[in-house]
Design a protein around this ligand. Structure first.
Ligand code: GLU
Length: 496
């Protein structure tokens, strides 16, 4: 028998998939896997005006790069398709008609201008205009509740109508969210939301509820921005006489400053990506992938945006996340997006990844580094990497001799240091050692003979090889650039 736990990720293809959507997809995936359930990718493309054609491809490629796979989707198929809502039009017509017949939905013909006027006149009185039992039958609004059957049919024929949900009057409804607990809302505050439009398409509310029911979704995990719709969705489930799935609304992802919701403009402003992969609009928005992040690191980081396992460990693989994941420790408070922390997590994953896999991931991004030396290069620099792109530029001194940093070299020089370096140069000339370990032993002996300090002498070597006080292990660098080049760099600096 099939497992009853079924989840879905239901993006609207109105643009690229940003980190908020990716995090929602991930939490659905983790819970589905944890429970041995199934995961559906449903594309909510009923709003023709807002649909951006290439966006579905961006969504699918982003998810696939991250390793979030689905059991059912438009490309995979499945028993509950079609999985693009734009192809399910006749289903929604059937269900909205059912509500109209039961008297739980009605036709409305108000023009946008008339509704704007209502809104403005309410605002003037300090009130908010809500289209519901307060006013729907008072005669100012034009709908099938006040018009005769004949008038209604005539207006429907003209094709300018919407179908609204008939929110029950003056009821308090109670419902539950796994993250927020018990909630209640008065129907006085709920709008008779539009369910269906005369272009033959449902709105989000109808399509979402109908599909979650027909696709046998057991748990809905989605962003907090949908929490205000939960009361309405509960009412729609009741209207159809269907049991509603369980809901978990994930906390917002906040800007790095902690103030306000993260937006794509923040990425631009603070210089970090917000999309998994590149997105080209008027300009190129670089993705995490193209900026040198590992999919496993982004997964790890996103899992911690609003969730925390027990214990101190912060470095998790996908399978460890699945093992530890639970809906019970999702936070209510917004989760701050911290690009520095993401870099740290990325560095941890670069360290942890099997070297062969890492070489494969990195070499395609760093084609400017010769194949024959790439493996050795990566081994040396790996402990210092935060991202895996542009590596030649970051460690250019391993390929090209840097300019001499006179100030730094003199800072590192003392009589003893210079004498140790000269001794080392002589030794190296006669004994062309080229392994890090033997170079280290050789320098130690030169230091001893000259009465120099090892640390300072090492600093001199670093200043000569790199031109700055940074970079990988000095002896590893010497081995990488070779004894000739090491000799040249040291000689140039020892003689200034
Ligand atoms: N299409 C909605 C969105 O893109 C789905 C919301 C939901 O999961 O119910 O956010």
């Amino acid at each position: 028998m099939k497992n009853q736990i079924r989840l879905r990720f239901a993006p609207s293809p109105t643009g690229p998939l940003h980190i908020g959507g990716l995090r929602t997809a991930l939490f659905n995936y983790l819970f589905a896997k944890k429970m041995g359930g199934e995961l559906v990718l449903r594309i909510e493309d009923t709003d023709k005006k807002r649909t951006v054609k290439k966006s579905q491809k961006h969504i699918e490629e982003s998810l696939s790069w991250l390793g979030i796979d689905f059991d059912e989707s438009t490309s995979k198929g499945g028993d509950y398709g079609p999985y693009n809502q734009s192809e399910r039009g006749s289903i929604y017509i059937k269900y909205v008609n059912e509500l109209v017949e039961k008297g739980l939905a009605y036709y409305a013909f108000d023009t946008t201008e008339a509704l704007d006027l209502e809104r403005k006149s309410h605002e003037k009185k300090g009130k908010t205009f809500i289209y519901n039992s307060h006013n729907r039958e008072k005669g100012r609004l034009v709908n099938s509740l006040v018009l005769s059957e004949k008038e209604t049919q005539e207006k429907i024929k003209k094709g300018q109508y919407v179908i609204r949900f008939k929110t029950p009057a003056d009821k308090v409804i109670h419902f539950e969210d796994i993250v927020r607990g018990k909630l209640s809302v008065s129907t006085r505050d709920i709008d008779d939301k539009i369910l269906f439009k005369s272009d033959g398409m449902p709105t989000y509310h109808l399509a979402n509820v109908v599909d979650d029911h027909l696709m046998k979704i057991s748990h809905v995990i989605r962003g907090e921005e949908w929490l205000p719709s939960l009361a309405l969705h509960n009412l729609i489930y009741n209207a159809f006489g269907w049991a509603s799935p369980k809901f978990a609304h994930l906390p917002l992802i906040l800007k790095p400053t902690g103030k306000g919701k993260l937006s794509k403009r923040d990425g631009d402003q603070f210089g970090f990506p917000v999309y998994a992969i590149n997105w080209l609009e008027e300009k190129l928005y670089k993705g995490f992938k193209e900026s040198g992040f590992l999919a496993s690191a982004l997964i790890n980081y996103m899992a911690f945006l609003g969730w925390r396992p027990q214990g101190e460990n912060e470095v998790y693989s996908m399978s460890e996340l699945i093992t530890d994941f639970s809906l019970n420790n999702i936070n209510k408070a917004g989760a701050k997006f911290d690009p520095k922390k993401l870099l740290w997590v990325n560095a941890q994953h670069i360290q942890k990844t099997n070297i062969k896999d890492l070489i494969e991931l990195c070499s395609s991004k760093n084609t400017d580094i010769e194949k024959g030396v790439f493996d050795r290069f990566l081994e040396i620099v790996r402990p210092r990497l935060e991202t895996i792109d542009g590596l030649k530029k970051k460690f250019l001194y391993l390929f090209e001799r840097p300019g001499i940093n006179k100030d730094l070299v003199s800072k590192m020089s003392s009589k003893e240091t210079i004498s140790a370096i000269n001794d080392f140069i002589t030794e190296l000339k006669s004994n062309k050692a080229n392994k890090a370990q033997s170079l280290k032993e050789m320098l130690s002996k030169s230091v001893e003979r000259s009465g120099a300090k090892f640390g300072k002498t090492l600093g001199f070597c670093r200043a000569s090889i790199v031109g700055k006080m940074e970079g990988p292990d000095v002896f590893e660098m010497m081995e990488f650039i070779g004894s000739e080049e090491t000799l040249d760099r040291l000689t140039l600096c020892v003689n200034i």
